[in-house]
Design a protein. Structure first.
Length: 255
């Protein structure tokens, strides 16, 4: 089966591009299951309306990250919608869930969302301990992991921890697609970062002049999405449904 993982959707430009292109790409490439990271759909955070739009655009599951709690109206939504995951290593008292299973024509798929700790100021449990514990409990053959993290070393280490246990592990958060899509030695598909879905002429989706101003010392202000042509970045993993092993991994970019 073919799994499409889509990098962070950035602002209204990224959301509109996703709405206009995702279903067409899925049909053309015969994608069986699609996971989209949506935590920047509101530039910072995501609203219930934007989550609904991503699901309608063709996502089977939405994963989140360090901006999960930016929009407080999302909290009851997370309890009500099992197709939207927040990182599993947030405290158990937090709304929503970080892991779930989904029925497909190839059997049930397990999707796990985790948040890294390196340079991210979040009060979370250790994602490596959490991931290792879940791998001992999950019985589904196909396991997909979105690791929303800053450090490339942290992401690579997670990939090797889960090699042979998960079907595919990908990184999100840094919005720059890496060129290392591959199959790890024990059969897990991996890429350090999917990239992003949003304005191409931008600094991680943000207006370049605003980003320059931040680094020049301008006072803090709400981020504004860049304008202009957009792109969609991600990775396609082909999985053997009988074994759960990855057969191929290829980074993609739509313009």
């Amino acid at each position: 089966m073919k799994i499409l993982a889509v990098g962070d959707v950035c602002g209204q430009p990224g959301l509109s591009f996703l709405e206009n292109h995702l279903k067409r790409y899925k049909e053309a490439e015969k994608i069986d299951f699609c996971v989209v990271n949506g935590e920047n759909a509101n530039v910072v955070g995501i609203t219930p309306k934007q989550a609904d739009a991503i699901l309608k655009a063709g996502a089977d599951v939405i994963t989140l990250g360090n901006h999960t709690w930016t929009r407080t109206e999302l909290q009851p939504y997370l309890n009500e919608h099992r197709r939207v995951l927040r990182p599993a290593n947030y405290g158990p008292q937090c709304p929503g869930r970080g892991i779930n299973t989904y029925k497909t024509a190839f059997g049930e798929i397990c999707v796990l969302n985790l948040l890294g700790r390196f340079t991210l100021d979040n009060n979370t449990d250790n994602p490596f301990v959490i991931a290792d514990g879940y791998m001992r409990e999950i019985r589904e053959k196909i396991i997909l992991v979105d690791f929303h993290a800053e450090g490339t070393s942290e992401k690579k280490a997670m990939g090797y921890l889960l090699d042979g246990k998960a079907s595919a592990v990908w990184g999100t958060h840094t919005h720059v697609q890496t060129s290392d899509a591959r199959i790890l030695p024990k059969g897990t598909g991996y890429i350090t970062d999917l990239g992003m879905t949003g304005p191409e002429e931008s600094v991680l989706g943000i207006d370049p002049e605003q980003s320059i101003g931040k680094f020049m010392g301008d006072p803090p202000m709400r981020y504004n999405s860049a304008s202009g042509p957009c792109k969609l970045e991600g990775c396609v993993f082909e999985i053997d449904p009988e074994t759960g092993k990855c057969l191929s991994a290829e980074g993609i970019r739509l313009r």
